[in-house]
Design a protein around this ligand. Structure first.
Ligand SMILES: C[S@@+](CC[C@H](N)C(=O)[O-])C[C@H]1O[C@@H](n2cnc3c(N)ncnc32)[C@H](O)[C@@H]1O
Length: 269
């Protein structure tokens, strides 16, 4: 157990360094400008239709909301603009949280952004939230999914909801920049993390070397089982054929034969 924790700490430390190093690239690109302009308008939201509809169905108005791995808090601020009450974002990359604080100032909204490894989150946050939100590209950074969901469950008030909008793990099988991008390149059931290099960007622009980081494959079965083993009841699970990941993956959507590229999961404590 001790060595498992040491491995987990080493992976998360490497990933933190990679995200910190990438933060500057996200400050001055077209998306950053779009967010700064957007949040200057009251009520702005960057959430897509299916996420907005799901959050409305769960009901966020006046509710306390946490976002795990909130990055620059663009989604948390959108939820705040939907009328949520106390909003707290957790992420281990301080430079990204700093960008989130700037966006919050532009939006004129008060949110709390807490820096640290989610596996080491303080117990004082237990039972603090009506809704916990997890979106786009979080589970792949988690070396231990069961421990992760146990923490998520702890954060929820009894009766509270977990809302997940994630990349479908089937997409881990494909490498969009490979010579034959439609041939599966990775084993869906891979158990070792994938050691990757390059700046972490969403628009395909940036250095492809250095900045080593670790990506973990979790099957859909792993995700669903971890949610259930954390004591949560699954209320909704829906798969979608649209890409919510980085732009390189756009080649897999709107085809004659579609794959699941994203999903929504709602569970209740
Ligand atoms: C792909 S980003 C999330 C993007 C966000 N959903 C969005 O669309 O703007 C993943 C985030 O997870 C954070 N992260 C990765 N491992 C973490 C850990 N162990 N504890 C806390 N944050 C972590 C990274 O710092 C990064 O900001």
């Amino acid at each position: 157990m001790a060595s498992q924790t040491t491995d987990r700490d080493a992976y998360t430390a490497a990933n933190r360094a990679a995200w910190d190093h990438s933060a500057g690239h996200h400050r001055d690109n077209a998306e950053a400008r779009r967010l700064r302009e957007g949040f200057a308008t009251p009520g702005f939201s960057c959430l897509d239709e299916v996420e907005t509809e799901t959050l409305n169905a769960v009901g966020v108005a006046g509710q306390s909301v946490a976002q795990i791995c909130c990055n620059n808090a663009r989604e948390l601020l959108s939820v705040k603009n939907m009328g949520a009450g106390r909003c707290v974002g957790f992420d281990q990359s301080e430079p990204f949280l700093e960008q989130g604080r700037e966006l919050a100032a532009i939006a004129g909204q008060e949110i709390e952004l807490v820096a640290g490894d989610i596996y080491a989150i303080d117990r004082s946050w237990d039972r603090s939230f009506d809704v916990v939100l997890i979106t786009i590209g979080v589970f792949g950074w988690m070396p231990d999914l069961a421990a992760f969901f146990a923490i998520v469950a702890r954060l929820l008030n009894p009766g509270g909801h977990l809302v997940v909008h994630e990349e479908h793990p089937v997409m881990n099988m494909f490498e969009p920049e490979a010579e034959r991008p439609f041939e599966p390149a990775n084993d869906y059931f891979r158990s070792e993390p994938l050691l990757e290099e390059g700046v972490l960007v969403y628009d395909g622009k940036g250095d492809k070397e250095g900045n080593e980081h670790y990506w973990f494959f979790h099957t859909m079965g792993d995700v669903l089982t971890s949610v259930l083993e954390a004591g949560l009841t699954i209320e909704r699970y829906a798969e979608y054929a649209n890409n919510i990941s980085t732009v390189e993956f756009d080649i897999y959507q709107n085809r004659a034969t579609n794959m699941p590229m994203s999903y929504i999961l709602v569970a209740r404590r």
